[in-house]
Design a binder for this molecule. Sequence first.
Ligand code: GLN
Length: 466
Amino acid sequence: MSFTSKFLKGEIGPDDYVGKTFDLIKKKDSEIRAFITLRKEEEVLQEVKERIKQGGKLAGVLLAVKDNISTAGIRTTCASRMLEDYVPPYNATVINKVLKEGAVIIGKTNMDEFAMGSTTETSYFGPTRNPWNLERTPGGSSGGSAASIAAGYVNLALGSDTGGSIRAPASFNGVYGLKPSYGTVSRFGLVAYANSLEQIGPIAGNAEHLSTLFSIIAGEDPKDATTINYSAEETAPIPLKGLRVGVISNIMESSDKEIVSSIKNAINKMSDEGAIIEETELKNVELALPSYYVIAMSEASSNLARFDGVRYGFSRYSEGNWKETFSKNRGEGFGLEVKRRILLGSFILSAGYYDQYYIRALKARNLIKRNMDSLFSKYDILVSPTMPVLPPKIGEVIDDPIKMYAIDLNTVLANLTAIPAISLPVGFASGLPVGMQIMGRYLSDTFLLGISRFMEQLTGLHDLVA
Ligand code: GLN
């Protein structure tokens, strides 16, 4: 059982809770490297004690936070040299919400630089290692958040998901992660990568904590005009009887065999519980990755223009004209993958190419949305593997961007279409966790959480620590 679960059950007090957690981090994190910034133990302990008095749904609970979510007074680097020394003067809305419920931020977690990547290897601070197998990546981009749960440090964390960055690491670490419906969670204070695709979301060791954390962070925010009037209650397990489940066969086919057999196993268990299982096909699925990457890179190139060493970010050079200054600061402040995306994004949006790439990508996005809608007229949920492969070895995909982009096929669908998607552990293959993705209709987030709570009882796979 995680320290957090023991603490919540009253089996250990605050001194033990914080002490054991920091001991474990000291023991394991020089290798795993889930954190970019870890707060001081004394400071955290004092805060835990204060928050217990204050009360709330997470009174005194330790929370790990991805390093692209602004935390007042705590360095927020986006795993980039560009923001190596940046300390935000304000909190993201989600941070204010979790603090109000008594949570204590233990530290900021490693990620791909500006959330661009699928393995946490593009970080300026070096890769995080997968606690289940130190030669493997933890997935990304919220790799540090998911690894901090699998390593047993914490049981709740925040991540962000633009094209799979919560679900990929959730899958690779044997934990639960939700990419919420677009507009349900405020993005105020999230350092933007691709605004039209991303959401902040919860990651947890079990579906109950996932549901609690989502209920806290969800809701309309006057500071983010894309949020909607929405409130999420904590969800009880929802039995599967009569549930219409579509299994996306053309996605299953393109996944590794051992993953497929693990997923089929879980599907059989669902069927035993009375779910109605049917194989189905998602049309035009081959358009998903190209349209995702065209849109994501376009938005990224625009969002990252502000980091020039004058307005924001790494600022070593000020001589010469503005062009020379900007390009020197940007040249040294950004890593390779980020530069690749800024260049491609600027190219895509330039006169003459805009129609050919950007507009066509938006059309493809619409088409996929229509195809998804038609599946949801027949099925309550759609299932597939979260990731088509087991966690890549460190160094395996990082030098081959096309290979890295390709493993996002199953996850980008939910971001392109604004719907909620959960990854939950359903088994192991070659000693590594396998995650199943469940997608649902727009705003069915709490329904998916209820199903996940039922599934965690069915599989017995929760609070797994490597
Ligand atoms: N791997 C995808 C990308 O690099 C998704 C990243 C994310 O969700 N932030 O764009």
